[in-house]
Write a protein that binds this ligand. Structure first.
Ligand code: CMC
Length: 427
């Protein structure tokens, strides 16, 4: 591509540099466009706008490629661990053995939460959605850890990052325990990151808890698959919140709020609900017809992606993991049959082929999580737990970027022009 792009606006020519990244499409640097030509660009949903420079994650949606710091997601999911991926995203390179042990130890040392934080949970109704609790409790961390909120200090930024990654499983497990009326469990630092989370979630103080290594590995994989995903809605929310210099814990709480929506992290919950609603393979045709009907708001949940227009590489690993978990647990879940058949039918349907709609990461994750024993309301919480790594890494990258500036999109204003105020009695 040319190294400049030219625009003609009302007969005037303007020339702007075209920047190349290490992979992916070039970008036209239009930073000076408004100053030069007094026009904005219009791009609702940011479908063609790069909001930042980033070296963390690369996605080629057409080819179904997802790389973290250059490493393909399937290699990481098969060969690495969530803790190692966290290190990679935060630090840019895979750790040496010593670096990895240090990192794991540091995260382990931060797994407990301030004892006073427990009292916050009591303020919530028992039937509160755990994502509502997560938004509140993670935001409240900003009131607990004052010694790591000076974002101009790289050391404090690192401590805040480690705290968030380490405490998220404890906070998530507490949200679950609160909802079912069981006592909170303190972390057991002899266990792995995932093993500890499983014990805090499914264990009880009255009994020993044995971590099932197959489930531990499956959860670790699910966490890897959700660790980061470039500039998605929640990550962009974290960056935008953080661009004002806001408290890091509050920024992550903003990300959690955004993730909760059904078009984003809430989709796995919606996908499983949909599979249950379909119930049996013979009902699939009816739902496919509804998804294609322009007058019906129904969409096939777990299908389609803003970026992947070929296949979602995470969905492949998720499907394999689902089969392994169901086999280990001896679960013969008819919902898995519905999922498999729905996938097959949709992949052969002209509508889905033409619109490039493929199963996404959320399609199979609900089946796995419910087989493990998580209620649907916890699905997005698990996504938030894993994505905290990406949010924190992206937030750090942004704050350390010398070109960082407050995010401030503009608009195409279509409201009334200036008019005079009329007192209420004269209207
Ligand atoms: N079922 C039926 N039709 C669909 C679906 C679907 N799941 N997704 C998109 N379409 C149609 C849509 O109606 C539109 O048709 P038309 O061109 O005739 O108006 C066309 O496909 C393009 O859709 P879009 O909404 O413009 O695509 P988008 O890139 O803006 O939306 C999406 C992406 C993920 C929001 C959407 O595909 C969707 O709502 N999927 C279901 C929810 C879901 O599974 N979300 C999880 C995303 S992956 C997890 C994550 O990363 O957060």
């Amino acid at each position: 591509m040319a190294d400049t792009a030219e625009f003609t606006i009302e007969g005037e020519k303007y020339e702007y540099p075209v920047l190349s990244g290490s992979c992916g499409p070039d970008v036209i640097d239009i930073r000076k466009l408004y100053g030069d030509a007094n026009v904005f660009t219009f791009d609702p949903g940011f479908k063609a706008t790069a909001s930042c420079e980033s070296g963390l994650t690369f996605i080629n949606g057409r080819e179904g490629v997802l790389l973290h710091r250059g490493y393909p997601i399937d290699q990481l999911a098969q060969q690495s661990s969530f803790m190692e991926v966290a290190y990679l995203l935060l630090n840019g390179e895979l750790p040496s053995k010593d670096e990895f042990e240090d990192f794991e130890r540091t995260i382990t040392l931060h797994t407990m939460v301030h004892e006073q934080l427990k009292t916050l949970y009591n303020g919530f109704r028992r039937d509160a959605h755990p994502m509502a609790i997560m938004c509140g409790v993670v935001g409240a961390l900003s009131a607990f850890y004052h010694d790591s909120t000076d974002i101009t200090d790289p050391e404090q930024r690192t401590i805040a990052s480690h705290r968030m990654i380490a405490k998220m499983p404890t906070i998530a497990a507490m949200a679950y325990k609160y909802s079912i009326g069981q006592p909170f469990l303190y972390p057991d630092n002899s266990l792995s990151y995932v093993g500890n989370f499983l014990r805090m979630t499914f264990g009880v103080p009255a009994e020993d808890y044995r971590v099932n290594p197959v489930i531990e590995r499956a959860m670790d994989r699910i966490f890897i698959l959700h660790a980061d995903h470039e500039q998605n809605a929640s990550t962009s929310t974290v960056r935008l919140a953080g661009s004002s210099g806001a408290n890091p814990f509050a920024c992550i709480a903003a990300g959690i709020a955004c993730l909760w929506g059904p078009a984003h992290g809430g989709a796995n919950e919606a996908a499983l609900r949909m599979l249950h609603e379909i119930g049996t393979p013979d009902q699939i045709g009816k739902y496919i017809d509804r998804a294609k009907d322009k007058d019906d708001p129904f969409r096939l949940m777990g299908f389609g992606h803003r970026v992947y227009k070929n296949f979602d590489p995470r969905a492949k690993v998720m499907k394999e993991t689902a089969a392994a978990v169901l086999e280990e647990l001896g679960v013969d879940d008819p919902i898995f049959d519905v999922a498999r058949e729905l996938e097959q039918i949709a992949l052969e349907d002209e509508y889905f082929i033409e619109k490039k709609l493929y199963p996404n990461v959320d399609f199979y994750s609900g089946v796995i999580l419910s087989a493990i024993g998580f209620p649907t309301t916890m699905f997005t919480v698990l996504f938030a737990l894993a994505r905290t790594v990406g949010w924190v890494a992206q937030w750090n990258e942004m704050i350390s970027d010398p070109a960082q500036t407050i995010g401030r999109p503009r608009q195409l204003y279509t409201g009334p022009e200036m008019r005079d105020y009329t007192p209420i009695g004269e209207r």
